[in-house]
Design a protein around this ligand. Sequence first.
Ligand code: FEO
Length: 385
Amino acid sequence: MEITSDIKYVGVNDHEIDLFEGMYTVENGMAYNSYVMMDGQTAVFDTVDARFGGEWLDNIKNVSGDTAPDYLIIQHMEPDHSANIAKFMETYKDAKVVSSAKAFTMMKQFFGTDFSERQVVVKDGDTLSLGKHTLTFIAAPMVHWPEVIVTYDTLDKVLFSADAFGKFGALDVDEEWACEARRYYFGIVGKYGVQAQNLLKKASALDIQTICPLHGPVLKENLDYYIGLYNTWTSYSVESEGVVIAYSSVYGNTKKAVELLADKLQKKGCPKVVVNDLARCDMAEAVEDAFRYGKLVLATITYNGDVFPFMREFLHNLAERNYQKRTIGLMENGSWAPTAAKTMQKMLEGCKELTFTEHTVKILSALNDESQAAIDALAEELCNK
Ligand code: FEO
């Protein structure tokens, strides 16, 4: 695949993976992107997952032919991109590794060597000329690990963006970008919105015509759309108006209450209502929805004096990703001592700029007139807030 006349794609698709990063289901697989830049000197950008080292080296060879690469640029040391560094260095014995000082520390940890005789250590603002192309390295700490650099090519106006602008899904499957890019962003980088905003600020000073991320498609058209969404996500702003109801229910009574609330919200004209059963849905999808919409209702039973485990995990996922700037409604159920609402509010107490609704729904075992009226009041409040 040609990115520009000098830049070629040498990454791989992975349809064997069961869980990406040990946690995320990826129905359409995963792509580990890598690129070769052919100039007076040749540079390879990043490697691929360990299982695809042979295929990746073949891809490089197909592009570079008898020209041995001079540089391997490592932007991120997470093994989905770095696993084949040693293999590359054995194959191309004169090549140098270009990376940040922190990345070399990690190389020593992963490979037992930091290739000390063959290192080029770069920091923010450093440049490397390959001939016509001059590469500028930009520090992007915590997008998504501390050692990350991204790289800008002034000649072709390409930003090699590391994990930023990445998405789940192999490149041989056609699918809409935003859904799987959003799930990827909030799942993997979501905690580091401030740092991702810093990177966007640095990128805004560049004339970018192509974005080459480490996962997902190369972005060439309509870059304002992708950068605009990234701006919304990294600043924790509301992307879509609507209410997400995330719930856990054991015998169906809390579920009935959730269905009643969803129905009332729809009838009152709420622009979008999304319902997620936390025991059965993809947790990463539920997390993504919570960050996408402006309002979130949490409904759960009280369990061992706490909340049901799926709700606990969900709230932990939100809090650790700096969930903020949202309106929250609470619904609790309990047969003798309902305390879930208080527990959920406490779990979110470290989150900034959350507004809790005035109306909280308390269900004692099953819906009755009183709890139905409370649901109506909550629906009314959510529609008018
Ligand atoms: Fe795609 Fe953070 O590794």
